[in-house]
Design a protein around this ligand. Structure first.
Ligand code: IMP
Ligand code: MG
Length: 179
């Protein structure tokens, strides 16, 4: 896997410090509110598992599985719900947990869809934010790192389902996806 990585953008240590910081902020903002953390799978699995342990107030978790990319590197704009939430959102404080906010189409679609279920509020926590690439009108409430427009893998992020298990975030060599 390592030979396909051009450079390491964020090391394990740097990511851990950032996740801790986001967890502390969420713990402060949501004290006494029992938020529901919604992990948007599969990409956010690693961030979610670290973030929930960085939050020290009572909270609940649930998962959604969506796909928007297929095996490519550009979003199709079509969001497919492969697994919906198990719990009703009525009156809940929801935090959507994502790995990366890119075009924003996925989260824009999800936020709109989930808002129809009358939660008390919905915020977005994303580890990575690529604002340059935004096409949908959406911003993150909690964002770890603002990243350059390169294709990133590791810490949950994949290319064609590979590299999710890298403990750091790296830039994928363009020749890997040009093949
Ligand atoms: P959006 O709808 O364009 O914002 O796409 C969001 C989803 O695209 C993320 O949850 C990722 O699964 C995927 N994605 C966007 N950029 C990257 C990247 O640089 N590496 C890996 N996956 C990405
Ligand atoms: Mg993906």
């Amino acid at each position: 896997m390592k030979k396909d990585i051009e450079s390491i953008l964020y090391s394990e240590e740097v990511i851990a410090a950032k996740v801790k910081e986001i967890g502390e902020t969420i713990s402060r903002d949501y004290a006494g509110k029992n938020p529901l953390l919604v992990s948007v799978l599969k990409g956010s699995v690693v961030f979610m598992s670290d973030l929930m342990r960085a939050i020290d107030i009572p909270c609940e978790i649930d998962f959604m599985v969506v796909s928007s990319y297929g095996a490519g590197v550009k979003t199709s704009g079509v969001v497919k719900i492969n697994k919906d939430l198990d719990v009703p959102l009525e009156g809940r404080e929801v935090i959507l947990v994502e790995d990366i906010l890119d075009s924003g189409k996925t989260l824009h679609y999800l936020k709109t869809m989930l808002s129809d279920r009358h939660p008390k509020g919905i915020r977005i926590a994303t580890l990575l934010d690529k604002p340059e690439r935004r096409e949908a009108p959406i911003t993150a409430d909690y964002a770890g790192f603002v990243v350059p427009d390169a294709f990133l893998v590791g810490y949950g992020l994949d290319y064609a389902e590979k590299y999710r298990n890298l403990p750091y975030i790296g830039v994928l060599k363009p020749e890997v996806y040009a093949e």
